[in-house]
Design a protein. Structure first.
Length: 322
């Protein structure tokens, strides 16, 4: 009986010792993790140990993660994030390789960005084909609002924040919102908003496809609203025949009017025309110098001329003064 009691006591002591050693080991591990956690943080605010744990959470115990001030369930979170990223990747447009803002399903069963697949069909010679399979397909496109809603939920929730395509989608959404707001202002009669839409169509900016005909149309509406920048830009389009037919007479009238109102684009065009004798105007150094000086000295109130043309105006003015 006594021997049994002694054996039992020995087993308890052994178990307690093992438990104690385990606690000490875990404490040592936690202490080491904590010491690593307070190392000098990098630019992202994480210490080297934290970055390693975030990159490879499955290699760390819950105690280590907690000691590093990271969620104990980080491995599960990492798996979830990987799943979300995989889902987002499935929605990438095969043409743009980005998440679509206006997703549509083509007859090949693939989802595309509407503008991208429409451009594909417009520029494709011969029968319309699938960008994914190469097979001939109908150009019918079916809107996919459910996919748009899913993408938006993934992005706004932060579930795919680590993907570059998420950042790009946010920027595209911001551009889309800005264009819609500007278009609404333009439709309401705002001449400057009309001019801005013209600029975006001319440059192919803010998610809009480059389209000189659309740019010309918006510049024309802006000019009709007596916006000096719109008048100057529409006058230029008329002079060079961009986005439509040339109309030199009307282009000169608009450019002269816009230059007097303070458009440096119009002043530049008049200065160059008098400098070179373009658009049916005679060479006139006095008139050329008058308008070029306004451009170079920054005297025009409405500055929408790029640096290249300002530099060219300065070169012509130096030639006149030399």
């Amino acid at each position: 009986m006594m021997a049994d009691q002694e054996a039992a006591a020995a087993r308890v002591a052994t178990a307690l010792g093992a438990r104690r050693r385990g606690q000490l080991v875990r404490r040592d591990v936690a202490r080491a993790a904590l010491e690593a956690a307070v190392e000098e943080p990098a630019a992202d605010g994480h210490s080297p140990a934290q970055r390693d744990a975030i990159a490879r959470p499955e290699r760390h115990s819950a105690d280590e993660l907690e000691a590093l001030a990271l969620p104990p369930n980080l491995p599960e979170m990492a798996k979830c994030a990987k799943t979300m990223n995989s889902i987002a990747t499935e929605f990438l447009c095969p043409i743009t390789h980005e998440l679509p803002i206006a997703p549509v399903m083509a007859k090949d069963g693939v989802v595309y960005e509407r503008a991208a697949i429409e451009r594909w069909f417009e520029t494709k010679e011969g029968d319309p084909t699938s960008p994914s399979t190469g097979a001939v397909i109908s150009t019918e496109l079916i809107p996919a609002p459910q996919i748009r809603n899913t993408i938006e939920a993934l992005v706004k929730s932060g579930a795919i924040d680590g993907l570059e395509v998420a950042t790009a989608w946010k920027q595209k959404l911001a551009n889309e919102t800005l264009v819609e707001e500007t278009r609404a202002e333009a439709e309401g009669g705002d001449g400057n908003a009309m001019y801005q839409l013209g600029v975006w169509y001319q440059a192919g900016a803010k998610g809009l496809a480059k389209d000189n005909a659309q740019a010309r149309a918006w510049y024309e509406r802006s000019a009709a609203a007596r916006n000096p920048k719109g008048m100057g830009s529409f006058g230029e389009y008329l002079l060079i025949g961009s986005g439509g037919p040339k109309n030199t007479a009307l282009g000169l009238v608009l450019s002269t009017d816009a230059a007097h109102l303070g458009s440096n684009v119009a002043a530049c065009n008049l200065g160059e025309a008098f400098f070179t004798g373009k658009f049916g105007l005679p060479k006139d150094p006095v008139q050329a110098r008058f308008w070029l000086k306004k451009v170079v000295d920054g005297e025009c109130e409405y500055k929408h001329l790029n640096k290249e043309w300002i530099a060219k105006s300065a070169e012509q003015l130096r030639e006149l003064d030399g």
